[in-house]
Design a binder for this molecule. Sequence first.
Ligand code: SAM
Length: 293
Amino acid sequence: MSLQNNSQKEKNAVLGGVLYLVATPIGNLADISERALKVLSEVDFVAAEDTRNSGLLLSRFGISKPMVSYFEHNKHERGTQIIARLKNGESCAIITDAGTPAISDPGEDIVRLCAAEGITVTSIPGCCAAITALTLSGMDTRRFCFEGFLSVNKGERRERLAELSDERRTMIFYEAPHKLRTTLSDLLTAFGAERQIALCRELTKLNEEVCRTTIGRAVEMYSEREPRGEYVLIVEGNVQTAAKINYPADPILHVEELVESGMSKKDAIKAAAKARGVAKNEIYALVMKKDEE
Ligand code: SAM
């Protein structure tokens, strides 16, 4: 059954000279969209990060299409060839191994090239592991930042995490299973044991799991458990930094707001005192007096 009205049909026509960024499932084939299948069936050719994987995906949906590979190590040379074909009036769909092209995969370069050449690029939206994990994390989704993969270089990775130690927004990291333990240990050093983390693995698959815990407990858990599958790590922003910026004039209200945001009373007193530049005991005394009233 088609859910399109006439103007949507017009928008959904596949046109020559256009690059289509087509999101594909991140683990569950049922997540492919009607529009993705239409575009993949109708374009002149498909550029894929891994032609073997993508060939299997297309054949599952009965689609057979000429394919070219487009991945990290051939993206410059292949990008120029794709641009030439688009300029010649062909239509191209770009797909990556999973999810939304251009998010932590080579798609972003071809979009930049097309923009520079005045070639139309349009997106067929769908799965993205980062957003799927964020929405499941239970953390603040109003403001977040995407960090993708941390560097494999130890020094660079630690430096980046140190730069993020005052980040107030919820942070999103991608991680491979064989690097999970090292990353958790670096997160512990940078953010401390009490910071909230959601480890989201195998999303949309049979073994989907979301573990909401603290960084300290996650490190303990994975010292005994073997990391398996693909992970997105959602890390709480620095609420203590957040507390420093905007706070009510009344210190008791300040502490109450921090407790409401999820801090223990002890941490809230400490954070409020630090933000206001006063001794912890001073705030503690005010809170105790209020509690006794
Ligand atoms: N473009 C993709 C997207 O839209 O999410 C991401 C590509 S990136 C090369 C692959 C990383 O995404 C994995 O290492 C993992 O961190 C994350 N990822 C992909 N699929 C996932 C899944 N089903 N569950 C958890 N994480 C996933």
